[in-house]
Design a protein around this ligand. Structure first.
Ligand code: 5AD
Ligand code: SF4
Length: 463
């Protein structure tokens, strides 16, 4: 008998990957993904990185109260970082939950759901493990690609692959080591096997995920990350490799060199700096200086001219003065990031910075965020405009969800990304062949918008 499953995913790419594993794991029980309205099982996969993300979790769970009242047979579960952090305290706040499962409980979830279906007793499972439990993530249609980013054979073109979980870095603002546990890397064999099977199902690009992929395998004595990349690069049929996130302190020369040698590695690195002030970096326990960071940026440009660099920034960390913040703006002017995620500092349970003195007032954080985003807007536009007139190879991701206003009704619009991770919406134009998801196609960039580029497909060079 088929039953309907709805997964609501909040947070990072790792949660997206985990939601896919949850959906895969529940398939043998008869669950297929559906809309929220028709769901027999609703799962919120949650994030607690900042207070705002946590609010989102509780407001989504609040919406379910009415559903549960109308249909007490619905099973409601909450997993991920908030579930790990709060454990059974969740039940006091959301009494109609049937299951609270932590970040290490995904492999056990099918068993838990089976049990709840039988006896309707609430389960809380936030046990943390010493090693990664492998769940083969069958590359089929699941939560992420419900819409239309399907290739000719009905599958998706891009996929995440988690290569490690947890974090040992203990940045003083961050909750991740407490909710995701200690750093653990997956065996390279099983990663390569997973990528191969994804490629077989039509995937052309993989993004390797970890809190700090640069320290992949070090603890377990597995192969270095650069070697893992090289093994994945050899997989026939795969066109592109991306990875995230890189911790600047562990970005080795050998990894920087992979950008030179590996033809499938995309010309983009996400290298979060968090702050441009040495004083604040120290308080954050980031273990690198501004100078060292800039040195790495320089090396990246030498190894891979034109590489896109993106970052995360926190404004208003406790004790951050206006002068510290100016140093962050100054660093941004030096690096000229292609794109940036910027956040107001937020106190997190267990994170040491929550008890640091000299908290920055909310209004001041807001103002710093505004100034930072304004500056970044300038660089983003500059970078996007520099692309106009060039021809870029795009991996087609599907139909464009939003029709670019000025171009509406002209032609079917497709969407995809450049190697440097810029979104490009484009029309069939002069393409010599049919366009489909998963195809690599040259696109001439005609226009730049603040968050995307627009162009027309060109004939392939080998036509
Ligand atoms: N407050 C604000 N931003 C945070 N981040 C992590 N913890 C916090 C926090 N307590 C940001 C960092 C990190 C990104 C994923 O989230 O910039 O790189
Ligand atoms: Fe959090 Fe720092 Fe680990 Fe990133 S490296 S997950 S910011 S503790």
């Amino acid at each position: 008998m088929t039953k309907n499953l709805y997964i609501h995913t909040i947070g990072c790419q790792m949660n997206v990957y985990d939601s896919e594993r949850i959906a895969e794991g529940l398939k043998p029980l008869g669950y297929v993904t559906s809309s929220l309205e028709t769901a027999d099982l609703v799962i919120a996969n949650t994030c607690s990185i900042r207070e705002k993300a946590e609010h989102k979790v509780f407001s989504f769970l609040g919406l379910l109260a009415d559903m549960k009242r109308k249909n007490p047979n619905i099973i409601i579960g909450v997993g991920g970082c908030v579930a790990q952090q709060e454990g059974k305290k969740m039940l006091a706040r959301v009494p109609y939950l049937d299951v609270v499962f932590g970040t290490h409980a995904i492999a056990r979830l099918p068993q838990i759901i089976k049990q709840i279906e039988l006896n309707r007793r609430t389960v809380v499972d936030i046990e943390m493990l010493e090693r990664i439990e492998e769940i083969p993530a069958a590359p089929e249609l699941t939560t992420r690609n419900k819409q239309m980013n399907l290739s000719e054979d009905g599958n998706k073109a891009t996929s995440f692959v988690t290569i490690m979980q947890g974090c040992d870095n203990y940045c003083t603002y961050c909750v991740v080591p407490y909710v995701r546990g200690r750093e653990m890397s997956r065996d390279p064999e099983s990663i390569v096997k997973e990528v191969r099977s994804l490629v077989k199902s039509g995937v052309r690009e993989v993004t390797l995920l970890g809190q700090n992929v640069n320290s992949y395998g070090k603890k377990e004595g597995l192969c270095p990350f650069s070697e893992l990349l090289s093994r994945i690069n050899d997989i026939e049929g795969l066109q592109r490799i991306r990875f995230t996130t890189s911790h600047p302190k562990d970005l080795s020369d050998s990894l920087i060199h992979t950008f030179k040698h590996l033809d499938k590695l995309c010309r983009h690195i996400h290298l979060p700096v968090q702050s441009g002030s040495d004083r604040i970096l120290k308080k954050m326990n980031r273990k690198y200086s501004r100078e060292l960071y800039l040195e790495k940026v320089e090396k990246l440009h030498t190894a891979c001219p034109g590489i896109a660099i993106t970052s995360d920034m926190i404004v208003g960390f406790p004790g951050e003065t206006r002068a510290d913040f100016e140093e962050t703006l100054d660093l941004m002017k030096t690096v000229e990031y292609d794109s940036l995620f910027a956040f107001k500092y937020s106190d997190r349970p267990n994170a040491p910075a929550a008890s640091f003195p000299d908290k920055v007032p909310e209004e001041e954080k807001k103002e710093r965020l505004r100034l930072l985003l304004e500056l970044q807007g300038y660089y983003k536009t500059k970078k996007n405009e520099a692309q106009v007139g060039s021809t870029e190879l795009i991996l087609v991701d599907g139909f464009s969800k939003k029709q670019t206003p000025e171009i509406q009704n002209q032609d079917v619009q497709w969407t995809g990304r450049t190697s440097s991770n810029k979104i490009v919406n484009f029309i069939q134009g002069d393409a010599c062949d049919k366009i489909f998801t998963g195809k690599m196609i040259p696109v001439r960039i005609d226009k730049a918008f603040p968050h995307s580029l627009w162009g027309r497909a060109m004939p392939c060079s080998d036509c």
